[in-house]
Write a protein that binds this ligand. Structure first.
Ligand SMILES: [Cu+2]
Length: 287
């Protein structure tokens, strides 16, 4: 019944609105500061590469945008429940509130601004920074990094990863080691079903699809270990398909690859020469 509606702009309503606005504003400021300065530096994926940093910044941005929405809903809920509870013995509903054009306009405008800004930001990121890092699309030819690149083949199969270094006599290992400060060109493929190679802290994810050579690049900035997971349900033991990779110093990597060559020697010695330089000739390239 419109006649019983609270008159828009009444003093009591305005003071409730102002109080709610102050509570919401204070919660939002504290929440955003905590997200940016306390949680932010620890947010995934990490700081191993520029891609990982970019992804972390996007996570911080999205979390910061979620804070005012979340606290807005919580503040309204708690404030309304604690201030406008129906007393004991009430037998009928309170009067309905109809129409609050300023609130409606503010709600539509604020929502539209958030959604359209995120849409514009996401489009710019997709178009402007195609560094070839994952997505299963293969690299944008214009985004292929310049300079020498270490080629590593990443082979998924149910349910393990194998890493192959064609430049080092076809060394093959279940461990992924990369030198810091050097661009690596990862060629991701699969022997059986679709998998997804996800080096989490490196910020790299690329689909591993049989017959496809899915190329992605990464330049680790520092040494340390990172997680590798299969990010696509690939069968019964999909959850077992994880591993730990290592970023080494260039000299540490050289020593490691020599060890691997020695360990691989009994196998590679007996193989025909071309096998030591195995690199797949894919049925098709991704992208
Ligand atoms: Cu899997």
């Amino acid at each position: 019944m419109a006649s019983e509606a609270l008159p828009s702009g009444a003093p009591a309503e305005r003071s409730h609105g102002r109080r709610l606005l102050v509570i919401w504003g204070a919660l939002t400021v504290v929440g955003v500061l905590l997200i940016v300065f306390v949680a932010g530096p620890h947010m995934p994926p990490g700081d191993f590469s520029q891609e990982a940093r970019d992804q972390r910044e996007i996570n911080i941005l999205l979390a910061s945008l979620a804070v005012p929405v979340l606290f807005g809903v919580w503040a309204c809920l708690v404030y309304i429940v604690s201030n406008f509870r129906q007393g004991e013995g009430a037998l009928q509903d309170g009067p309905p509130v109809r129409g609050h054009s300023r609130l409606q306009v503010a709600w539509v405008v604020a929502t539209a601004v958030v959604v359209l800004s995120l849409g514009a930001f996401g489009t710019e990121e997709l178009l402007g920074s195609a560094k070839g890092a994952g997505g299963g699309q293969g690299p944008d030819p214009l985004a292929v990094p310049a300079g020498p690149k270490l080629q590593v083949q990443v082979i998924g199969q149910q349910w393990a990863w194998t890493f192959r270094y064609p430049a080092y006599g076809g060394v093959e290992t279940p461990e992924l080691a990369l030198p810091a400060g050097q661009t690596t060109e990862l060629h991701v493929t699969s022997l059986d079903v679709s998998h997804s190679f996800w080096a989490i802290q490196l910020g790299v994810k690329a689909d591993a699809i049989p017959g496809s050579d899915n190329v992605t690049f990464v330049r680790p900035r520092r040494t340390g270990t990172f997680e590798i997971r299969c990010a696509e349900l690939c069968g019964l033991w999909h959850g077992h398909m994880h591993n730990t990779g290592t970023v080494m110093t260039p000299s540490g990597f050289a020593a490691w690859i020599r060890q691997q060559q020695v360990a691989n020697a009994p196998a590679t010695r007996t193989l025909p020469p071309y096998s030591t330089h195995y690199f797949p000739d894919p049925q098709r390239r991704a992208g």
